[in-house]
Design a binder for this molecule. Structure first.
Ligand code: PLP
Length: 400
């Protein structure tokens, strides 16, 4: 990996060198990904699957090779278990609709946690409203980790699904999903893992995890926007109805009755983002060359370094300090509004995110208006943190 693979990192913001620390929102793209997009549109752009002509066949081959690439990256048993979606949000919405149609009835229960992103709350809430089901929430302990004792007491014979984040997008905490899955399976309850913040930062093997469903977004993994993954164990996906109707997902259409395609196409209505999937495969090649274990180790060390340096700032509250984390640190300084700090940092060329981070129930729980969130990626280094800390101190001085 070379920082120069990411041209955008050379940008000047208000005549200052960009320091990009907003990677949990989206990552920058290496040249290999930009090249893959140009290659697709320049040399083989044609709609896939339905064409007899050459370009269509080439495009189809690239798209299906990308599916296999994702299956290998996530450790899935088969490419049939990889559904291309528009993003992690779309994946959860599709699952909530499809799983809900087949399995959720009045009085059934779904368990999520206090620290979920809105994308892993609202689709389940909508399902519960539609089916008169009940949404239960795993509470947090004082150290902001999941209360696993409380979790076990939430499980009942009515529990039909558990859906939790692998890594919190606000706190960076790595949740004990292996334990959650083991406990859930002892009760025959399937588990969906929201991997939007884990897949970019650590090795994932869905077979080892034994999760039933797993979702992630390509744009948070150095790939293009508008593309995500819904992984599901084949036996689950085979027994779920399609979430959307249209071309590609059908076997035969008659006005009286339509029969559906096999996996994975049953869940892919309409023209898929086949240039995006090819670019995503290039992103996965790029990060695999570095190695997900190496990425995890470097980012964990840099997270610890950033936490240590942040402690130099008086009156700082770092949330979930010292917990097992990957790449994300949220904090506040005294009573200063996070937005004010974020705005001043921006004028110094530093991109961080401030606010509720699409996790309002967690922010309410913390009883703050929001947090300042620093989030790292493989191209960040100590120099970025060393530029960030004095800039932050300057912002605090201006606002105090
Ligand atoms: N889940 C988590 C934990 C996230 O952090 C995000 C995005 O920040 C999402 C889901 C939604 O991802 P997307 O907006 O790419 O659909």
């Amino acid at each position: 990996m070379n920082k120069s693979d990411f041209q955008i990192l050379n940008e000047q913001i208000y005549n200052r060198q960009l320091v990009y620390l907003d990677n949990a929102a989206t990552t920058q793209k290496p040249q290999a990904v930009l090249d893959a997009i140009i290659d697709g549109y320049t040399h083989w752009n044609a709609n896939i699957h339905r064409g007899v002509h050459h370009l269509s066949q080439v495009a189809t081959q690239h798209h299906e090779a990308a599916r296999q690439r994702v299956a290998d990256f996530l450790g899935a048993q088969s490419a049939n278990e990889i559904i291309f979606t528009k993003g992690a949000t779309d994946s959860i919405n599709m699952l909530a609709f499809s799983f809900g149609e087949a399995n959720i009835h009045e009085g059934d229960e779904i368990i999520i946690s206090q620290l979920e992103h809105h994308s892993n709350i609202v689709p389940w809430q909508m399902l519960c409203e539609r089916k008169k089901a009940i949404l239960k929430v795993i509470s947090l302990k004082d150290d902001l980790t999941l209360d696993m004792t409380a979790f076990e007491t939430l499980i009942s014979p009515k529990t039909k699904l558990i859906s939790v984040a692998h890594v919190s997008n606000v706190l960076g905490i790595i949740n004990p999903v292996e334990d959650i899955i083991r406990i859930a399976h002892a009760h025959n309850i399937p588990v969906c893992i929201d991997g939007a913040q884990s897949a970019p930062h650590m090795p994932i093997n869905v077979q080892q995890l034994d999760c039933d469903f797993f979702v992630c977004s390509a744009h948070k993994m150095y790939g293009p926007t508008g593309l995500g993954i819904l992984y599901g164990k084949e036996q689950w996906l085979n027994n779920l109805p399609p979430a959307e109707g249209g071309g590609e997902m059908i076997e035969h259409v008659r006005f009286e009755h339509t029969t559906y395609n096999t996996l994975p196409y049953k869940f892919e209505a309409g023209t898929p983002n086949f240039i995006g999937s090819h670019a995503f495969a290039a992103a996965l090649d790029y990060i695999s060359q570095i190695g997900m274990s190496a990425i995890h180790q470097t980012e964990t060390e840099l997270t610890a370094y950033a936490e240590k340096r942040l402690n130099e700032i008086p009156n700082i509250s770092i949330y979930a300090q010292g917990q097992p984390k990957t790449g994300v640190i949220s904090f506040n300084i005294g009573n200063i509004h996070p937005f004010d700090i974020g705005t001043i940092l921006d004028h110094m060329g530093i991109a961080v995110r401030t606010g509720h981070h699409c996790a309002e129930p967690l922010i309410d729980y913390l009883k703050v208006p929001g947090t300042i969130r620093l989030s790292l990626a493989l191209y960040n280094d100590k120099a970025d943190i060393d530029a960030f800390i004095p800039a932050l101190q300057r912002a605090v001085d201006i606002l105090s």
